[in-house]
Ligand binder design. Structure first.
Ligand SMILES: Cc1ncc(COP(=O)(O)O)c(C=O)c1O
Length: 339
């Protein structure tokens, strides 16, 4: 136990407040005697649609559907769409693999490049990535769209960190389809964008036929976003200012922590956007975790995200500015003592 206590940089759960105007929208909507629409209210659908066009660059025919946080969708999408085989990044958010297990189908970890992917009817991409903070180039995303078209396979792009670009600017797959969104879905979440993880508010955008199928099955399965949450989502989507503030918070934390981790002996890789620093000391991940634990800093071992991560760790930026400053100081002070 460290005398100044533990600084937890292991779990990616937001710590900054939900903006007041979003809390107000929720409070103003507590009179909700009737069932909400699975499809989302007309106002929510319009808010998502407008945001998809203006922020993501979506064009052509597409539909939208609110979901109960994106983890729920990630875990159940292969089941709901009766996928036969699921591809996901070889260093990735573990729920992609969970989704294949729940569906009872083979899940295969794959590299970034679709030219190397095996045949499958369902593939996940994730940019910016959890855990690496890697951002796909437009070329890489266009190659994924081309793979979808030539294989007639569904591609689902998990873009829940898209708003948090830093040294690379993330692009939505929806801006690269030339208006033909057949077999393309993009998943978005307000958990991190608007510090609403406790609300469970997310949505999926894309191929109208697939969204219609999802809407139907989710309606009968009771996967319905509560009305007060729908109202809070409309408020959140109508404002970009709070997102810019949150982006600069995370980016300032990244700029503070990266040099301290480097002085401590870590090599930082990717980490160009999103909520995480991905780094290595060229040793087994548990050794790096133990070295940080000696300083009272908790991080996550990389093998949680796939075998390829076994010599890396993930450090989350979801801690207060004071905690990030304290963690940096512990890392730098330790270096001074050992010099
Ligand atoms: C890549 C990725 N997708 C989806 C989620 C799920 O987020 P939520 O369920 O809060 O929308 C997370 C959460 O950490 C994530 O890292």
């Amino acid at each position: 136990m460290h005398p100044q206590g533990i600084i937890d940089l292991s779990v990616g759960t937001p710590v900054d407040a939900t903006p007041d105007f979003i809390q107000e929208a929720l409070k103003a909507s507590t009179n909700a005697p009737g069932y909400p629409l699975t499809a989302g209210s007309a106002d929510l659908r319009q808010a998502i649609r407008t945001w998809a066009q203006s922020r993501l660059g979506a064009t052509g025919d597409f539909d939208v559907l609110p979901v109960l946080g994106s983890k729920e969708l990630v875990a159940w999408l292969p089941t709901l769409l009766e996928a036969q085989s699921v591809l996901y990044p070889d260093i990735a958010y573990p729920t992609y693999s969970v989704g294949a297990i729940l569906a009872g189908v083979v899940g295969t970890p794959v590299s970034i490049s679709p030219q190397l992917w095996p045949q499958a009817d369902f593939a996940w991409v994730n940019s910016p990535s959890n855990p690496t903070g890697r951002v796909h180039s437009e070329k890489e995303l266009s190659d994924v769209v081309a793979w979808s078209r030539s294989n007639h396979s569904l591609v689902v792009s998990d873009e829940c960190y898209l708003e948090f670009g830093h040294t690379a600017l993330p692009t939505s797959i929806l801006s690269l389809t030339d208006g033909d969104n057949t077999n393309i879905l993009a998943v978005h979440s307000l958990s991190k964008r608007s510090n609403m993880a406790g609300y469970r508010a997310a949505f999926v955008i894309g191929d109208s036929k697939i969204i219609a199928r999802l809407r139907e099955v989710r309606k009968h399965a009771g996967m319905i976003v509560p009305m007060p949450i729908q109202m809070a989502m409309i408020a959140a989507l109508g404002d970009d200012h709070h997102v810019a503030i949150q982006r600069s918070r995370y980016n300032a934390r990244r700029e503070k922590l990266i040099p301290a981790l480097e002085r401590f002996g870590f090599t930082v890789e990717e980490s160009r956007a999103g909520l995480y620093i991905w780094c290595t000391r060229n040793e087994p991940d548990w050794d790096s975790i133990a070295a940080l634990a000696d300083l009272g800093i908790l991080a996550t071992p990389g093998h949680f995200y796939g075998e390829k991560g076994a010599r890396h760790i993930r450090v989350a930026l979801t801690a207060t500015d004071d905690q990030i400053a304290a963690a940096s100081k512990r890392l730098l002070d330790h270096q001074k003592i050992s010099l």
